[in-house]
Design a protein around this ligand. Structure first.
Ligand code: MTE
Ligand code: MO
Length: 519
């Protein structure tokens, strides 16, 4: 490389770095200011949310399959990398013309502002973080590119540039990046301090249940290393939702509107809800995106008010066949009216395993419905129930390629041994889980290699709405690779289908096969 190419590269690098630092200033200032506005007023949150809403089902499925419940982190990192590349390019563009680079930033800011305004819980004032961030970013770009120009190596025959100019540029960049880091950090603490939902949740004492559920029998839990807990602790409960930042609802400002095809519309506040006779119920939730053998299933003790009684009060009109439940962040689910009015324990829940709902699981109020996948029933942060018809309204995932109904498919899973585990020779104890909410599990069978199907020993049944654990003792086999397959039968004796289906559009099916080896 000759000397002038090298100095040209160095110059490009400096302008690229200036672009990157200016973008850091833009996003961090916006992030800081967003602490005083709606959570979706932060550019990253708004852009990420729009991205999620536009995500086709195959990509959502791929993201969940690849990153599991880290899918949001993966999204933030992707947006960050793309933004960093764009910022470097804008910086390089500023070397030719600041005006052109500034135009790019303004266009981008308008796009961000549009994303902010498209969120359900934002208004015009929520553009403030984007506007202030953009002004700061433009100023930073102007300043840093000016410093970078002064730091240019001397052109042949030009006046030599003192070494101090180069240092000035580097100091300017460092100051911008540090300022950005401080603004982000302080903004985070401010947002936490201003989080009334957290404080209200900690202060909240839930009333005792008017109808308690008997605790599950002790032998519902199969004692075997590697088996899931029969009751999933809240901190381990899978989390799936479209919310990039968890909605923070002050319970004293929460209310639920019940309306649509009803005789009596009404609105209920949180105090009113707690004053009702609350019911306890054990229920296993399952996500439609759960692949065969997957972990998107959890079991908890819920406390809430029966949706049946709530709807009785509203008196649905003839012809209504669906309840569209909507969350404060715009997510919605379509649940058959008959499912919410029959005798299963569909709840408007406030408690999970003896605590108020965790923020990520819907604080202060969510729905849980036995027998239906979460996407058509388990609306978190719920604020609106509209009694309507399937023919008239469509829910969030229905408009994105998923089925409008989502009964949970009879499923079974091997938890022990794990895939590709190696086990010592001799007796092998296996174990797993099966679920068919509202019908229960009557039998689970396993097949080792191409052998006959064998009945397993079942843990006690806590309720037809909860999963059931199984255990099987295998005498052991030759060293080398083996496969265990599993299938379950529901309470009516119906066998789990062997037919393989992907999660889209209405849930995965097929028998799980787990490979392991005997040492
Ligand atoms: N507001 C809101 N509620 C939601 C969702 C969502 O994206 N937003 N996702 C649903 C889906 S797909 C599932 S599987 C369950 C998961 O509940 P959990 O995160 O408490 O396990 O919540 C449901 N409720
Ligand atoms: Mo889900």
């Amino acid at each position: 490389m000759n000397k002038s190419t090298a100095s040209r590269m160095r110059d490009l690098g400096a302008f690229g770095l200036a672009g990157f630092a200016a973008a850091a200033v833009l996003f961090s200032v916006a992030q800081f200011v967003s602490a005083f506005f709606a959570t979706a007023s932060a550019p990253l949150v708004a852009m990420g949310s729009v991205f999620i809403d536009l995500t086709p089902p195959w990509l959502k499925d791929f993201a969940i399959a690849t990153f599991g419940t880290n899918d949001k982190l993966a999204l933030f990192i992707s947006i960050g990398v793309i933004a960093a590349i764009a910022a470097v390019l804008v910086g390089i563009l500023a070397r030719r013309s600041y005006a052109l680079a500034a135009t790019c930033i303004v266009v981008l800011s308008v796009a961000i502002g549009t994303a902010v305004l498209s969120r359900p819980a934002t208004g015009v004032v929520d553009l403030t973080p984007t506007i202030l961030g953009s002004v700061a970013g433009l100023a930073a770009l102007r300043w840093l590119t000016a410093l970078a120009s002064k730091a240019r190596p001397p052109v042949p025959g030009g006046t030599p540039v003192p070494g101090a100019s180069r240092r000035n540029f580097l100091i300017g960049t460092a100051v911008s990046l540090m300022g950005a880091a401080v603004a982000t950090g302080v903004g985070k603490s401010l947002a936490t301090a201003r989080n009334v939902a957290d404080a209200a949740r900690s202060a909240l004492g839930l009333p005792p249940a008017a109808v308690t559920a008997p605790p599950p029998p002790a032998n519902a839990q199969i004692e075997l290393a590697g088996m899931p807990k029969f009751i999933t602790p809240n901190k381990d409960f899978y989390r799936i939702d479209t919310a990039l930042s968890v909605p923070r609802i002050n319970p004293s400002e929460w209310s639920l509107r019940v309306h649509g095809m009803v005789e009596k519309e009404f609105t209920m506040g949180f105090e009113e809800l707690l004053a009702e006779d609350l019911v306890e119920s054990y229920l296993t939730l399952t996500c439609v995106s759960n692949p065969v053998g997957g972990q998107l299933v959890g079991n908890a003790k819920w406390l809430g008010y029966p949706l049946r009684l709530l709807l009785e009060r509203a008196v649905p009109r003839d012809g209504a066949d669906m309840v569209l439940s909507t969350s404060i962040d715009g997510f919605s689910a379509s649940t058959p009216l008959e499912v919410l009015t029959d005798d299963r324990m569909a709840l408007l829940a406030v408690g999970m395993n003896g605590e108020p709902l965790p923020l990520e699981h819907g604080f202060p109020v969510r729905m849980v419905v036995p027998g239906l996948y979460g996407y058509v029933s388990a609306t978190k942060w719920v604020v609106d129930l509209e009694v309507t018809r399937f023919a008239e309204k469509a829910a969030y995932w229905t408009t994105r390629g998923w089925s409008d109904r989502g009964p949970i498919k009879l499923s079974s899973r091997v938890d022990v041994p794990r895939s590709f585990a190696s086990v010592p020779s001799g007796k092998v104890v296996m174990g797993g889980t099966a679920w068919a909410q509202t019908r229960g599990i009557s039998k689970v069978q396993v097949q080792i290699d191409e052998g006959d199907w064998q009945d397993t020993e079942l843990g006690a049944e806590a309720s037809v709405d909860t999963w059931r654990q199984w255990r099987y003792e295998w005498d052991g086999g030759s060293t080398g690779n083996h496969v265990v397959s599993v299938r379950a039968f529901d309470g009516d004796g119906t066998m789990q289908t062997s037919e393989k289906a992907d999660p889209v559009p209405d849930g995965a099916s097929g028998w799980q096969r787990v490979q392991f080896s005997v040492e």
